[in-house]
Design a protein around this ligand. Structure first.
Ligand code: IMP
Ligand code: MG
Length: 492
């Protein structure tokens, strides 16, 4: 049943007639030719019903469903699809009835979740979709109360080895874990706590980011300062820390957390080295020809220079070992159109030049890059290195347009498309809730007490804690494009 449904959704069906295997496009592919691969069933109806129960979209009289709401419903369907019944082995083709019992309880808990989906900029600016009226808010609160019982009944402590959600969650960095060009500064954020809880429940976490500073681990640590401080503060165990990876330069530099809360390069060569053990994948960096790498970078540099000249951009070009970047001059902003034009030029040039190595040309919001390698390879290498299949991997990112760099991950695992770190936080909270993880009870008694005290102090204080944290780390500033350290002249 499930396989038939997946075949129907996926791009091609194999039709076995008497003499040959004939490949015909699915109905969905005919309607949407650019459709990707589905690795799981997508319980769209269930997700829509829950979302509608939470937000009452069908009760609206004037405003129809928006693009962002559809994105949220698809995201919910995707995370629901990855939830297995707690305390059971992975069963891919469960019957609809068996899934129903767990999903219903978990979904009710999700509907009752205090926070609503963070609103995106477009929605904020759109008068026609203003925040709900006061009476609607009250209605929601009542509904939450009536659902409290089912939330409480969900406070089971799942066996860590049998966490019913995804086994590997890959995260984009910029605009997914921290704002574009910023660092993960706050060690008091919910996002840090949810990542901690996922690690505690046996999940593998990997930041798969285009940002590449070779194996200079301190530079990635700087970008993750607040998160690593949170892990240290809570005394996360070595075996949990070892499930935290970062892939820098898309798929070029693999690092893992060690017991001292610092990143260590994962060995590339020799027995068990990540590069040698993934050479069965032809796209893996272990198979790259250095001459072709150089010629791609030369081509990209020339193309970026021409684009810069043609469009009179206030920008400069930087070249690294595995990437070329077009970055703004200090305090200048490169228009989106100029960045997109640059990306489409290079994509077109490399495609027509029949480049065989994987690459990614993308608009990063403030800059444009050509990286040798991409997130498809990054996620795939992690999957084979860790032995985790596509249907148990989830990639969360913000750039799924054809000029974005998360798009490449779509071909190797299910994805969730977010637009801000706040939305990532919400998705992780949803995953934990749907998996039945109590959001406080998993901390050790000491950590739990600390968590409560800190939350109370923050709530009852006029102090701007993010400013305090920013000042505390301000001595360590880095140009996120080049990786150069910069001195901070701001007087306190
Ligand atoms: P991501 O969103 O985490 O994949 O990070 C993308 C951002 O990383 C880009 O927009 C750049 O600002 C930054 N970056 C720093 N170094 C590199 C590089 O070598 N290649 C691509 N992006 C880089
Ligand atoms: Mg990003």
């Amino acid at each position: 049943m499930t396989n038939e449904l997946l075949n129907e959704m996926n791009a091609t069906n194999n039709v076995n007639n008497a003499n040959s295997m004939q490949i015909i496009p699915s109905r969905l592919q005919k309607l949407v030719p650019s459709i990707g691969i589905f690795y799981t069933r997508l319980p769209l109806r269930k997700a829509f019903m829950a979302y509608n129960q939470k937000y009452g979209i069908t009760k609206r009289q004037y405003i129809c469903i928006s693009f962002n709401e559809i994105r949220h419903i698809l995201n919910l369907a995707q995370i629901l699809a990855m939830m297995k019944e707690p305390k059971q082995e992975v069963v891919v083709d469960e019957t609809a009835e068996r899934q129903n019992t767990t999903d219903t309880r978990a979904l009710e808990a999700w509907v009752g979740m205090e926070e609503n989906t963070p609103r995106t900029e477009e929605e904020e600016g759109d008068d026609s979709s203003k925040a709900p009226q006061h009476h609607e808010k009250l209605e929601r609160r009542d509904r939450s109360d009536s659902l409290k019982e089912s939330i409480d009944s969900l406070s089971l402590l799942p066996d860590r080895a049998l966490f019913p959600g995804p086994k590997l969650i890959c995260f984009d960095g910029d605009q997914t874990l921290y704002s574009d060009g910023s660092n993960f500064e706050s060690s008091g954020s919910k996002l840090a706590k949810y990542l901690y809880l996922l690690l505690k429940h046996g999940c593998y976490i990997a930041v798969v980011t285009a940002a590449g500073y070779e194996y200079q681990t301190a530079k990635y640590e700087l970008r993750l300062t607040g998160l690593l401080a949170y892990f240290k503060d809570r005394g996360l165990d070595e075996k949990d820390l070892e499930r935290f990876y970062i892939f820098g330069g898309e798929c070029n530099y693999l690092m893992r957390l060690g017991s001292d809360y610092k990143l260590k390069p994962v060995r590339e060569d020799g027995p068990g080295g990540w590069m040698v053990s993934t050479t069965h994948n032809m796209e893996s960096p272990g198979n790259w020809d250095e001459e072709e790498v150089t010629s791609i970078l030369d081509m990209a540099e020339a193309c970026f220079q021409k684009s810069l000249d043609d469009q009179n951009m206030r920008a400069r070009i930087i070249r690294k070992k595995r990437s070329v970047g077009l970055i703004p001059q200090p305090v200048q902003k490169i228009p989106r159109e100029a960045l997109d034009e640059t990306v489409l030029r290079i994509q077109n040039e490399l495609e027509t030049d029949k480049v065989t190595l994987p690459f990614c040309a993308f608009n990063g919001g403030t800059d444009a890059w050509l990286d040798v390698g991409n997130k498809r390879v990054g996620v795939q290498v992690l999957q084979s290195y860790l032995g985790i299949p596509s249907e148990e991997t989830l990639h969360i990112g913000d750039q799924f347009l054809n000029t974005g760099n998360d798009y490449a991950a779509r071909s190797v695992c299910p994805c969730v498309w977010i637009t801000s770190p706040e939305e990532t936080t919400y998705i992780l909270k949803s995953i934990l809730r749907l998996a039945g993880v109590p959001l406080l009870a998993q901390l050790s008694p000491v950590a739990e007490e600390k968590e409560k005290t800190e939350t109370d102090v923050r709530r009852n204080s006029n102090v701007d804690f993010s400013e305090v944290e920013r000042r505390a780390t301000r001595a360590l500033k880095m140009d996120v494009y080049t990786g150069e350290y910069i001195s901070d002249n701001i007087s306190s």
